[in-house]
Design a protein around this ligand. Structure first.
Ligand SMILES: [Zn+2]
Length: 349
């Protein structure tokens, strides 16, 4: 419904919506922070969003062997309860399409194909949406290269995030990523703890690890060569498809990091988007809608009652329900092709 713009119209919209352009060479985080500060002045809704962020409450919850941080963020209620089935998204206006962006919203034109926009419902002190200029389906396989490039342009002090279309993406029919400051999600620290990572395989020059004892399944790919990294992620996507007997993109969330010359992709394979408790009535309902940030250990609760009552056991149960189970993940590791199996070797520190 009005989601496509005629080609001659795009240039006009784009010109109006471009704050500045990034083609490499400059500091991308600096440009984005400049954009954010300009947008807080020019766009009231964004200013309000960031003002409300000052009132969010956070609380650490100790689980068995790991921790999460609960964030009570009432402004996220809209995205947490968004109807994301295909029928509904087709019928509603796409909020990421150039011609539907709010009047005051502008962005950084990124390498010709994406517009980096300020998220008006932030979870972090700076929170960006990297949106493709065209209305096209959320999918990672064909866009791994740009995801890695984004990580290289934003990092090391930022993280780039991807939510699969059926497990956290707020616009499942419009390709987008997110960018936010790093070291905000508890998992980023936890994976550096002793014995957390087990090296399981090597494909080309990419090392594949499994993170242990975090209450949810996490696969980590590490390597310096972008082509090898892209192939390794595709390889793992295919392994998931093979084991799950599906053709479409397997449900998962990805956090991408880049430091020195090395990329690290943290993959959360998923079984479900929302836990059953989300669909319950009244008092038994728990409004959590886990996407990549929640899987990273920063669990957003837009309802105060949930923020107060969730404890270690209930958080563990949520992760267990929405993460792909251990047995299946073990099968997916076996299904990775062309690899050296390292599981018989002792794990690295
Ligand atoms: Zn769109």
């Amino acid at each position: 419904m009005g989601n496509s713009i005629r080609p001659w119209g795009r240039t006009t919209f784009l010109k109006k919506k471009t704050y500045t352009t990034f083609d490499g060479g400059e500091s991308l985080p600096r440009l984005c922070l400049e954009l954010l500060s300009e947008q807080k002045k020019a766009w009231q809704d964004l200013r309000e969003g960031y003002e409300l962020l000052k009132d969010v409450k956070e609380r650490d919850v100790r689980c068995n062997g790991f921790s999460v941080c609960l964030q009570y963020n009432p402004r996220r209620i809209k995205s947490s309860t968004a109807v994301v089935d295909e029928k509904n998204t087709k019928e509603s206006r796409c909020f990421l399409c150039l011609d539907h962006l709010p009047e005051g919203q502008r962005g950084v034109l990124y390498r010709g194909d994406y517009l980096i926009l300020c998220n008006p419902m932030p979870v972090f002190s700076s929170h960006f949406t990297v949106s493709h200029l065209d209305h096209r389906l959320q999918a990672i396989a064909e866009h791994i290269g740009i995801f890695l490039q984004l990580a290289a342009d934003f990092c090391p002090d930022w993280v780039v995030l991807y939510n699969g279309p059926k497990c956290g993406a707020s616009a499942p029919d419009h390709l987008h990523f997110q960018a936010a400051p790093s070291r905000q999600m508890p998992i980023e620290k936890e994976i550096h703890e002793e014995k957390r990572l087990t090296l399981i395989k090597q494909v080309d020059d990419v090392l594949i690890y499994r993170a242990m004892g975090l209450g949810r399944e996490v696969i980590i790919l590490e390597g310096e060569d972008p082509i090898a990294m892209e192939n390794a992620l595709k390889n793992y996507l295919n392994a998931l498809k093979k084991v799950l007997l599906i053709d479409e993109e397997p449900m998962m969330n990805i956090a991408g990091f880049h430091e020195g010359k090395e990329w690290r992709l943290m993959i959360f394979p998923r079984r479900k988007h929302r836990p059953d408790a989300f669909f319950k009535e009244r008092d038994t309902r728990v409004v959590v809608s886990p996407g990549v940030i929640d899987m990273g250990g920063l669990l957003i609760t837009p309802v105060e009652k949930d923020f107060e009552r969730l404890d270690g056991a209930s958080v563990e149960a949520i992760y267990k329900e929405v993460s792909l189970d251990r047995m299946t993940v073990e099968k997916t590791i076996d299904a990775i092709v062309g690899n050296v199996d390292l599981r018989s070797l002792p794990s690295l520190p």
